[in-house]
Write a protein that binds this ligand. Structure first.
Ligand code: XMP
Length: 512
């Protein structure tokens, strides 16, 4: 395996993803815990990430001495390069605030790092980090790649197998970066590609059996990809010792609860209880217009209902959760300080503490795209795995203002037509997330000979990579016109449709 020591770069996770894409298992450990991580993992190779600090600052992060003493190969990136050089006898000059930019690196000498990609005498684009820089390399090092602004762009000690770069191979702006990382783990560290989802599945099934023994596990299945894949994996491991609960809060999309139940019961023979709690949720939400109160009410009720149902099942010692690796990685925080709550997310967050149960989290080591691959391994259809994200509080946050059953029904119909049109146009997989919103505004229209006074429906569609930033989707007008006509003709209660052309930031994806 590979250990990645995190010095706080924004893109450390990308190193892990590239290494795993190369078929090699790796873990990220913050520099504060790197000593323990190194002793525990006994990795065959180590990667030092970049980071925002300056190695010239007193007390700035360092790599554990044990890593240097062990003789394992090291790839040190950006801040990692500077601390490595400084720690073993080189010199680093304090520069300026760290920033990034494109640069062309000229290759001076061949190296296993460049095998199959970079040739001596040629130049290649990379994403360079400007800030501190190495001025004197440690003994035994030589520069094998350089650029006018970064004389030590690639500085290595082939005998010791220490490779350092001032640029970031993990980002897409270094087009050959993934191959460089793959060369490091395969050609230099000498690891084989044996990290596959088939292997992970088998290993996890065994781990779940070891952890749970003859105990009982309960799982809140939402129909989302994470909870579904977690449930299927646990089911494969322990069969009927797993009980799933689907809480229908009345805020799901058209036919959603029924479809999820059908798939998991019929196709997978999973023990799944559907709890219709829609009256309870909707009666408590009725008339509530404040977005945060809506979110918190839904979160609280969800926990209450789930807890009651879990008690009915009885005797469960374990709670399953679809926690992913990005939620687990302990982040290196330099700036600290409280961040503002934009929206309180509702998941099963508060459950484990309240219920005093042990957690079973079979996806803890995986990134989202790996969960999708595992889902396919477990036989989930592509259409299910490729579904757009859907928020825990469901349609409640797509119905600004107070909700009623009637409004939810109107919204559900409009949303179903909208998604149907998107699928028919072959756009579903291009769009990251699309949905309808029912505005608490009525406007005047004319239909046939009559005046109408009905609600406005807003359509939303965005492209995004991770939901953190997003752009509105640029539909052609024909598509929008056709979809609007269908919604107005087919949904009683809507007489006007508008399209949301706000990006994130400054907007958010959901309206509340
Ligand atoms: P925003 O609206 O903050 O949403 O731009 C970003 C992504 O998160 C989803 N979202 C949620 N997911 N529980 C969830 O599990 C929530 O409470 C929640 N609120 C928003 C949203 O759909 C989008 O994909």
């Amino acid at each position: 395996s590979i250990l990645i020591i995190d010095f706080g770069s924004q893109v450390t996770q990308l190193i892990a993803r590239r290494v795993r894409e190369a078929g090699v298992y790796c873990e990220i450990v913050p520099f504060q815990l790197a000593d323990d991580g190194f002793a525990r993992m006994k990795p065959k190779g180590v990667i030092f990430s970049g980071g925002p600090d300056s190695v010239t600052r007193e007390g700035s992060p360092r790599a554990p001495q044990a890593v240097f003493e062990s003789g394992v190969p090291i790839l040190a990136i950006c801040y990692g390069q500077q601390t490595l050089c400084l720690q073993i006898g080189g010199q680093v000059e304090g520069g300026h605030h760290r920033e990034f930019g494109r640069a062309d690196v000229e290759i001076l000498k061949s190296s296993p790092l460049f095998e199959g990609i970079w040739e001596v005498g040629k130049k290649y684009p990379v994403w360079m980090s400007h800030g501190d820089r190495v001025t004197v390399a440690p003994e035994g090092f030589e520069v094998i790649g350089t650029s006018p602004n970064a004389p030590f762009a690639i500085c290595v000690n082939e005998a010791k197998r220490y490779y350092t770069t001032m640029f970031h191979p993990e980002v897409v702006h270094t087009p050959d970066g993934a191959k460089l990382l793959s060369n490091f783990v395969h050609k230099i560290v000498g690891l084989k590609s044996d990290w596959s989802m088939a292997a992970y599945r088998a290993e996890m099934v065994q781990k779940i059996r070891d952890q749970v023994g003859s105990g009982k596990v309960i799982c809140a299945l939402s129909g989302g990809v994470d909870s579904s894949v977690a449930a299927l994996l646990i089911h494969e491991a322990i069969g009927d010792q797993l009980s799933c609960i689907l809480v229908d809060h009345g805020l799901m999309r058209m036919n959603e609860a029924a479809d999820v139940v059908a798939m998991f019961r019929e196709h997978y023979n999973l023990s799944l209880k559907l709890v219709d709690a829609s009256d309870r949720f909707i009666s408590q939400l009725e008339g509530e217009a404040d977005p945060e109160t809506k979110r918190k009410t839904i979160g609280r009720l969800f926990i209450e209902v789930f807890e009651e149902e879990a008690k009915k099942i009885g005797g469960a010692d374990f709670l399953a959760q679809g926690t992913l690796y990005p939620d687990v990685i302990e982040s290196v925080s330099f700036s600290g300080g409280p961040s503002v709550t934009i929206k309180s997310h509702h998941n099963v967050g508060g459950l484990p503490e309240r219920m005093n149960m042990q957690l079973v989290e079979p996806l803890r080591e995986l990134f989202k795209d790996e969960v999708r691959v595992l889902g396919r391994e477990l036989g989930l259809p592509d259409s299910f795995i490729g579904r757009h994200p859907f928020p825990g509080p469901g349609l409640a946050i797509r119905c600004p203002g107070g909700i009623t059953r009637e409004k939810l029904d109107i919204l559900r119909q409009a949303d179903a037509i909208y998604l149907d049109e998107i699928r028919k146009a072959g756009l579903y997989d291009t769009i990251w997330q699309a949905f309808a919103v029912l505005l608490p505004v009525q406007t005047v229209g004319v239909m046939g000979d009559g005046r109408t006074y009905e609600f406005v429906c807003a359509l939303r569609a965005v492209t995004s990579v991770d939901g953190m930033t997003a752009d509105f989707y640029p539909y052609d007008m024909d598509f929008l016109g056709k979809t609007a006509t269908r919604i107005i003709n087919e949904v009683k209660g809507i007489n006007r449709v508008v399209y949301d052309v706000t990006s994130k930031p400054p907007g958010t994806i959901e309206w509340e």
